[in-house]
Design a binder for this molecule. Structure first.
Ligand SMILES: Cc1cc2nc3c(=O)[nH]c(=O)nc-3n(C[C@H](O)[C@H](O)[C@H](O)COP(=O)(O)OP(=O)(O)OC[C@H]3O[C@@H](n4cnc5c(N)ncnc54)[C@H](O)[C@@H]3O)c2cc1C
Length: 397
């Protein structure tokens, strides 16, 4: 056990020993954004721009950009530690987390010209790179079947199609967009034919791109996107034409590992909050936490959180070393989301009726923790990956 405790005033659960200065600094920022800030945003449907600005100013959103481009050049695990602390403090990293995982795509697969053009401005906060357009309404989880088409016309691609659930598109300057550059029936390999384009949203809106917000049970700033003859310069192609699926998979591994850290932070939030409440709430003349019906779900949630934390460290280390990490990224995402959800359930149940009172922030975090079992990848698809890709069972699709 580490004696470095979470500084959120709810100090039951120890936190990781790594990056203590970063964790302290993130928590110091988060203290300025308490539950009432997030509740008010839910009331108005507004984007957490003050919170994102504070993180940008402190350099946390450019943590993974190499120092030569103005970032901090930190490893993926440091990005995870930042997101974990944000969530352990009751804040929401979903307002800006994409910037961290998409950076890897640009850094690993972008041309020197693309990196020179974009990375310094992203690092300084002048440009926001928060949007990732993959999912489509008619194909969903079946990414290899996506339909949004980009056809070469001189030194441009002309894009037509539709995306759904493209988060933060209204609060981002740049977007990574996965498009089909070769029709499916002309492919030798099913995994070819897709390409990644860097779209400048500022130029695209009203010039072939329409963004329509989707109302959800969360304040997630997510949208439908419609493309009608949007022209994207060929120089904005990231990596090789037709090889975009591999680039996206690489990006998805870092996304899964980073987003899993948010769930680890959520689990800490719920366990801390529930344990403190269980000690203080007196019913039948004794603390409710004296009852094993209250204790055991919390003890189990704690055990699940600790195991998920170990897998997250493994996944992040493999990614950093450039080793294959698909299995670990998926296991990390699965275990963290499950640990957070079980902790959320235990926390809400521990609070009895107060669990659904908005001022406790339990129900807000509970709704957000639930989403981690659906997006960015649903639990079933992770289990299918483990079954087919790791255990070698026959493919179900
Ligand atoms: C709030 C929110 C934000 C999002 N942000 C983004 C974003 O920024 N960018 C982006 O590209 N996408 C985003 N997504 C999309 C998200 O990645 C998808 O919702 C998710 O991948 C599932 O796709 P789907 O909703 O189309 O479900 P479907 O693919 O229709 O699946 C529906 C259900 O069926 C199950 N299922 C489907 N096929 C199988 C199978 N073969 N075996 C077993 N079960 C199966 C799934 O697991 C799921 O439970 C977001 C989604 C949400 C809700």
């Amino acid at each position: 056990m580490d004696e470095h405790m979470s500084g959120d005033g709810l100090t039951m659960v120890p936190i990781g020993t790594d990056f203590p200065e970063i964790r302290d600094a993130v928590r110091a920022i988060c203290k300025n954004f308490p539950g009432e800030y997030w509740r008010k945003l839910e009331d108005t449907g507004d984007y957490a721009k003050e919170f994102v600005q504070a993180l940008t100013d402190a350099g946390f959103l450019s943590a993974l950009i190499p120092e030569s481009y103005g970032g901090s050049g930190l490893p993926l695990r440091a990005g995870g530690a930042i997101l974990e602390e944000i969530h352990a403090m009751g804040c929401e990293g979903t307002s800006c987390h994409a910037q961290m995982y998409m950076m890897g795509m640009l850094v690993r697969h972008g041309t020197a010209a693309q990196k020179d053009k974009y990375l310094p401005d992203i690092a300084s906060g002048k440009l926001r790179y928060q949007s990732f357009g993959v999912t489509e309404p008619t194909t969903g989880s079946d990414t290899l079947n996506l339909k949004t088409r980009a056809v070469r016309d001189g030194d441009h691609y002309v894009v037509n199609g539709q995306k759904v659930w493209t988060s933060r598109a209204k609060h981002s300057d740049l977007m990574s967009l996965l498009v089909r550059t070769t029709p499916s029936d002309q492919l030798k390999r099913r995994t070819d034919g897709l390409s990644v384009l860097l779209v400048d949203i500022r130029e695209a809106v009203n010039n072939g791109l329409t963004i329509r917000p989707i109302e959800t049970m969360l304040n997630h700033q997510t949208n439908e996107l419609f493309f009608e003859n949007l022209r994207v310069p060929v120089e904005n192609l990231i990596g090789e034409e037709g090889k975009g699926f591999r680039i996206i998979l690489d990006g998805m591994n870092s996304e899964r590992i980073l987003v899993a850290h948010e769930s680890l932070g959520d689990a800490r939030f719920f366990i801390n909050k529930a344990v403190n409440y269980a000690k203080e709430r007196i019913v039948f003349g004794r603390p409710i936490g004296q009852n094993q019906g209250i204790q055991f779900p919390l003890a189990r949630a704690y055990a699940e959180w600790r195991s998920a934390d170990l897998m997250a460290r493994t996944g992040a280390a493999l990614y950093q070393a450039g080793q294959p990490c698909g299995e670990e990224a998926n296991l990390t995402k699965l275990l963290s989301a499950e640990a957070a959800w079980n902790a959320a359930e235990a926390c809400l149940q521990t609070h009895g009726g107060f669990g659904v009172a908005r001022e406790y922030d339990v129900e807000r975090k509970w709704r957000n923790a639930r989403m981690q079992r659906v997006a960015p990848i649903s639990t079933n698809l992770i289990l299918a990956y483990i079954a087919h890709g790791v255990l070698g069972l026959p493919k179900s699709y």
